[in-house]
Design a protein around this ligand. Sequence first.
Ligand SMILES: Nc1ncnc2c1ncn2[C@@H]1O[C@H](COP(=O)(O)OP(=O)(O)OP(=O)(O)O)[C@@H](O)[C@H]1O
Ligand SMILES: [Mg+2]
Length: 248
Amino acid sequence: MQLIQTGSKGLDELLGGGLPKGKCVLVVGSPGAGKTILLMQFLKSGAVVDERGLYVAMDEAPEHVKANLSPFNWNLEKLEAEGRLLFLDATMLRGTGASRSSGLLLSGEGIEAEPRMTVRFLIDTIRRIVKEEDIQRIAVDPITSIMLRYIDPYKRRRAMLMFFDSLLGLGCTSLVSTELRTSMLRRAFQVEEFLSQGVILMHTFIHAGSLVRAVQIEKMRGIPHDAQLRPYQITSNGIEVYPKDRVF
Ligand SMILES: Nc1ncnc2c1ncn2[C@@H]1O[C@H](COP(=O)(O)OP(=O)(O)OP(=O)(O)O)[C@@H](O)[C@H]1O
Ligand SMILES: [Mg+2]
């Protein structure tokens, strides 16, 4: 299987070289774990070698995301101006009212029918951009809020499956982030984790009074990988994983 470098050398080492090409991998982490940084690092490292990337901004407008990442000197604006990096602002899909008034949803839809239209609309938009702009890497950040609109767990599972299947069908390598709302050690598995080809967990915990960050490849179908907890830091280069070190 062909492997795609993530932009983080240490993480690539855990993965035995990189992410499986053409697959869709979930990045699960608590607030501030560095999900957005990792996703952008992945897109940027592709963009500089002519693999065009699409960042799908679900919660925060692209302008805010770019501003937050400006300390990293990744020249995102330049990559965007050169057409190597594209930003899709999907933040209007979060709220029901706003999306309806902006004409994105069919009017007269019931509250249960609406999320389905939203997910489909998102997929169709991504598909169109991928075709028109010859995209090779996709980052969806984060998928959480749109999926939480499904009250019925069965419908949520179906929507997630449809979303992952559609991304797979595009032939791009994708990272999709999702927020963890409970403590990592006590968490229940989320439905997304079963449906994606791979799961990268970004843990943060307090140990002996200090913050510890650790990454773990929970699963990666088709490639042998290191499944241990390995420490990482957020440095001026982005996410740096220490693949030989142990956390405790
Ligand atoms: N230059 C830096 N050096 C060290 N740490 C940094 C630096 N820049 C940002 N951080 C850390 O990165 C974190 C934010 O990373 P990021 O936005 O990628 O997290 P996230 O997982 O996407 O969070 P959220 O769930 O809120 O979207 C900050 O909380 C901060 O601790
Ligand atoms: Mg984020």
